[in-house]
Each structure stands twice: as structure tokens, then as C-alpha cells.
Design a protein around this ligand. Structure first.
Ligand SMILES: Cc1cc2nc3c(=O)[nH]c(=O)nc-3n(C[C@H](O)[C@H](O)[C@H](O)COP(=O)(O)OP(=O)(O)OC[C@H]3O[C@@H](n4cnc5c(N)ncnc54)[C@H](O)[C@@H]3O)c2cc1C
Length: 207
């Protein structure tokens, strides 16, 4: 009788030795506390994230998506199953009369705000002091200084067990620091987002 493959071994077939076991999560959170993840995977692109999620769903293992770790507290007992750290960081500037920026969910939000300002794109200045990733901000409708993600998001591409889908800002049903994803649909993984901007004459830094 053959022993069934462990999820970690199946993930390693896909991603190699970047899949680790018993990794302390404290360094990956703002609070700097918390025990280990059973299995820890760092993804560097939206396509890697999709591949990992398909394996996780096929193997029926519990999982947690971690962005910047700035809105989570990890128990000292750690996290069972697979923790997927999203470090997918591609950004594309689409500069027309109505400029937009497409970015993967692992992009650091405050860095994006600064990059946009330095390119003369206005509208994301409020995000310059918000820690975390674009994925975390889309998920929780991050906001500051009277603005929030609902004012910038055009749509987000999301992976579900049924496949990819595009969720418009209206369908996110944003409220104060919440979204339809945060309120209920656990198996929705934010892959990327398209954000709206205005052209601004000056190139500047926001912090
Ligand atoms: C010092 C400090 C200052 C802060 N200031 C502000 C502020 O001014 N305004 C504000 O709104 N918030 C603020 N926050 C909270 C935090 O920055 C935001 O909630 C942020 O948007 C979280 O993003 P993150 O990437 O760190 O998410 P994480 O903490 O990593 O995750 C938060 C939740 O989002 C989910 N998630 C993350 N990425 C994805 C993804 N790709 N797909 C699906 N789910 C995902 C996680 O599973 C988790 O449930 C602050 C936090 C700190 C520590």
C-alpha cells in the first residue's frame, strides 16, 4: 500500500525547495509575534499564486493568505496548514487621458503610492502611510485621510475554486474597512487590481 503524498511534498514538486516547513511567522507580521506555519510558501507572481492555490484546493489542506501581515495577529500556537506569503510585485502603468495602474496583489501599497506620485499620477497619496500590500488593501478597503480603496479600485481579478473572475468596485460592496470578500467569501484570492488615477502636472514624493 502506498502512503499518500504529504501536501508539502506535492507543493515542492511545483515550487521546489522554496516550500518550507515549521517557519516562524512573527517576522512576517507587523506585531512581530506568533508561532510557526506548518508549511510556508512564498509566491512571486500571480501565476505562482494560482498554481499553489490549485494544489492546496486539490489536496484539501487548510490555508491562509498573508500579505504584509499588518492586519493579523498570529497565535503563539502558529497556523495549521499552508501559509502563502504573497510577494507578487509586477506593476504596469497605463498612461492615457484616464491613467490606470495594474498591479499584482503582493505589491507594497505605500511603495505604489510613492511610485505613482513620482510619475505625476494623483489619487493615491492617502495610501503613503498605510502598511501592507495591495491585496490586503483591496480585501479590507484600506483607507486614510478621508479616502479609501473604493475611490481608486476599478476592478480586482480574483481566483476562486471555480476559476478566475473579475470583481468590479461596485461588486466589492465596500463599507468601512470591509468588502464582500472580507465579509464572507473565504475562498477568493486576490491576484491583481486595476486602479484609477488623475494626471497631475507635478512629479512629487508623498512622504
Ligand atoms: C502601524 C499600522 C498602521 C496602520 N494604518 C492603517 C491605516 O491608516 N488605514 C488602514 O486602512 N489600515 C491601517 N492599518 C492596517 C493594515 O495596514 C491594513 O489593513 C492593510 O490593508 C493590510 O494589508 P496587508 O497586506 O498587511 O494584509 P495582511 O495583514 O497580510 O492580511 C489581512 C487580511 O487580508 C487577507 N489578504 C491579504 N492579501 C490577500 C490576497 N491577495 N487575497 C485574499 N486575501 C488577502 C489576509 O488573508 C487577511 O485576512 C495599519 C496597520 C498598522 C500595523
Amino acid at each position: 500500500m502506498t502512503t499518500p503524498a504529504r501536501p508539502v511534498d506535492v507543493l515542492r514538486l511545483y515550487l521546489g525547495e522554496s516550500v518550507q516547513e515549521h517557519v516562524a511567522l512573527a517576522p512576517y507580521t507587523s506585531a512581530r509575534i506568533g508561532g510557526p506555519a506548518d508549511v510556508f510558501v512564498v509566491v512571486k507572481s500571480a501565476s505562482e499564486l494560482m498554481g499553489v492555490m490549485r494544489v492546496i484546493w486539490e489536496q484539501a489542506v487548510p490555508y491562509t493568505i498573508l500579505g504584509g501581515g499588518s492586519n493579523v495577529l498570529v497565535s503563539d500556537k502558529g497556523v495549521r496548514g499552508v501559509v502563502v506569503l504573497d510577494r507578487a510585485k509586477e506593476v504596469r502603468f497605463e498612461n492615457s487621458d484616464q491613467p490606470t495602474v495594474w498591479c499584482e496583489a503582493g505589491v507594497i501599497f505605500s511603495n505604489l503610492a510613492n511610485r505613482c506620485a513620482s510619475k505625476g499620477l494623483a489619487g493615491l497619496e492617502w495610501a503613503a502611510t498605510v502598511p501592507g500590500t495591495v491585496g490586503g488593501a483591496v480585501y479590507g478597503n484600506a483607507g486614510a485621510f478621508g479616502s479609501d480603496m473604493s475611490e481608486n479600485l476599478i476592478w480586482a481579478d480574483v481566483l476562486t475554486r471555480a476559476g478566475e473572475k473579475r470583481i468590479s468596485v461596485a461588486d466589492m460592496q465596500y463599507g468601512y474597512r470591509t468588502s464582500i470578500l472580507k465579509r464572507g467569501d473565504k475562498d477568493s484570492i486576490i491576484l491583481s487590481a486595476l486602479l484609477r488615477f488623475k494626471k497631475c502636472g507635478q512629479r512629487r514624493s508623498v512622504c
